[in-house]
Design a protein around this ligand. Structure first.
Ligand code: FAD
Ligand code: 2HG
Ligand code: ZN
Length: 474
């Protein structure tokens, strides 16, 4: 039966696009190993369709024999959602061959792309046409728009433009039955029933396979300035955020916070990046001001904001990048924290959200709790403060064995942090999703009625449990 399925898949996609372990020269680990190297699954085959009709035919062939499918884009996900389990019986449906830009509609301010389009290529296509596609994250050189939609990715521009969901106007989706939903409308208003688009977004490949999307475009700003500020406390960072909202309005397009230990890791592993100000302050903040008028207008506004912040004690020092190269350098430091942390060793990641106003108390209380319960633990705190979204990450004590630390403490740390998140009215995942990593935690923290509705939706759309089983819902 397996051989028959593989033959069918080869007929649909071409033999070169169905990779299996039978060929000893083919290494499937790039599709089987997750980015964080937490899990290495085993696939029956990696299938690489070239168009939507092929995706639909693959799903029909798999559904006929009950073979489950793991959709995969750039495989940069951080919660074990896009790699196969260890059974050797799942198909990885790699979308990266479907990477075309199908259309740009300048008057409608939209771009329609296939799901496997790499985010950076989508940004470049928009820019070439004279527009901004604002979704931006550290993995943009390899993550795909299909994966961004699958996870409802956030990134560093959410404070102004919203998550991937807010940037999407239409989807083309292959259902679990292998039917195609043609939903690439590009409409900003459509009240003809249930919002299936938003249901698919963030469903992590468990409800349908996204094959293409129509995304919003924005005018390119006339100027974009970046500043780096040293702030004396998390409370001061929150006050600085309020001031930036007030002074810059919609010009505030980025507001990131970075703790001293997180920056010390960048300094340790990438000294050539020259992290500014970190040694003299517990927190640094990265701000971005996008201006539709001119660079001089942006600079004037930005410098006035920073002066006021210094006067009011919300910042103790600050620098504004002089040019684009300097600005890129500052953003590169911020985006290097994940890699620096990985180089330091295995760690526990959190992508929590809390109302911004409560973050200073959350951090103070939870830091103290963890220090008490897990002696020597090192906190790698950073993230999208403008969205109330923190990467409240936990590194093993200096010199400890990472694997042993995870074995002993991962569940305990997660429970301590998630209980605190619940107490503070937050969410246990604001960005990376549930995947396999949080699937057993979700029932403890999600409203039970919401969870029951999620199960009913899954049962209705994918009754055979073919699409990414064991992810999001156990
Ligand atoms: P994959 O990892 O391949 O898949 C992710 C999930 O989406 C899986 O569940 C998969 O089944 C599903 N999926 C993939 N393609 C499809 C499709 N076509 N249809 C349906 N489901 C699909 N995330 C953020 O939100 N913000 C950040 O700032 C951020 N920064 C990152 C920085 C680094 C260095 C790294 C390594 C990761 C970062 N991430 C961030 C996480 C990751 O990049 C995002 O989750 C991204 O959206 C995943 O895209 P991908 O194409 O790699 O998807
Ligand atoms: C980021 O904001 C990503 O850089 C990754 O969401 C966060 O490494 C992390 O924990
Ligand atoms: Zn993030």
């Amino acid at each position: 039966m397996t051989q028959h399925l593989l033959d069918q898949l080869r007929q649909i996609c071409g033999a070169a696009n169905v990779l299996t372990h039978d060929d000893p020269a083919t290494d499937l680990s790039p599709w089987e190993q997750d980015w964080r190297k937490r899990v290495c699954g085993r696939a029956l085959a990696v299938v690489r369709p070239g168009d939507t009709a092929q995706v639909a035919a693959v799903v029909k062939a798999c559904a006929a024999v009950g073979t489950s499918i793991v959709p995969q884009g750039g495989n940069t996900g951080l919660v074990v959602g896009g790699v196969p389990n260890g059974s050797g019986s799942q198909i990885v449906l790699s979308m990266t061959r479907m990477n075309a830009v199908r259309a740009i509609d300048p008057a409608n301010l939209t771009i329609t792309v296939e799901a496997g389009c790499v985010l950076q290529n989508l940004q470049a296509a928009a820019e070439q046409a004279g527009f901004l596609f604002p979704l931006s994250l550290g993995a943009e050189g390899s993550c795909t728009i299909g994966g961004n939609l699958g996870t409802n990715a956030g990134g560093t521009q959410v404070v102004r433009y919203g998550n991937t969901r807010e940037l999407c106007l239409g989807l083309e989706v292959v259902t679990a039955q292998g039917e195609v939903w043609h939903g690439l409308s590009g409409l900003r208003k459509d009240n003809t029933g249930y919002d299936l688009r938003n249901l698919m977004i963030g469903s992590e490949g468990t409800l349908g396979i996204i094959t293409a999307a129509t995304m919003k475009l924005y005018p390119l700003p006339a100027a974009q300035l970046t500043a780096w500020a040293a702030v004396p406390s998390m409370a001061a960072a929150v006050q600085l955020l309020g001031l930036a909202h007030k002074r810059l309005g919609p010009g505030l397009t980025g507001f990131e916070v970075m703790g001293q230990f997180a920056l010390s890791l960048v300094d340790k592993h990438y000294p050539q990046l020259r992290v500014p100000l970190w040694q003299e302050t517990p927190w640094c903040v990265l701000l971005e001001n996008s201006d539709s008028e001119s660079e001089s207008h942006a600079r004037e506004q930005f410098e006035a904001l920073l002066e006021a912040a210094l006067e009011q004690g919300y910042a103790s020092d600050a620098v504004v990048a002089e040019n684009l190269t300097q600005a890129k350098g500052l953003w590169h430091i911020r985006e290097s924290i994940t890699l620096a942390q990985a180089t330091e060793g295995l760690n526990i990641k959190h992508d929590i959200s809390i109302p911004v106003s409560r973050i200073p108390d959350f951090v103070a209380e939870t830091d103290a709790l963890l220090a008490r319960e897990v002696p020597g633990v090192r906190m790698v705190d950073f993230g999208h403060l403008g969205d109330g979204n923190l990467h409240y990450n936990v590194q093993a004590p200096e010199g400890a064995d990472g694997k042993a630390f995870l074995r002993e403490f991962e569940d305990k740390v997660n429970t301590l942090v998630f209980d605190q998140v619940k107490r503070f009215g937050g969410s246990i995942s604001a960005e990376h999703g549930v995947g396999e990593q949080k699937v057993h935690k979700l029932p403890h923290y999600k409203d039970p009625t919401a969870l029951a509705m999620m199960r009913a939706v899954k049962q209705a759309l994918d009754p055979q449990n073919l699409l990414n089983p064991g992810r999001v819902l156990a």
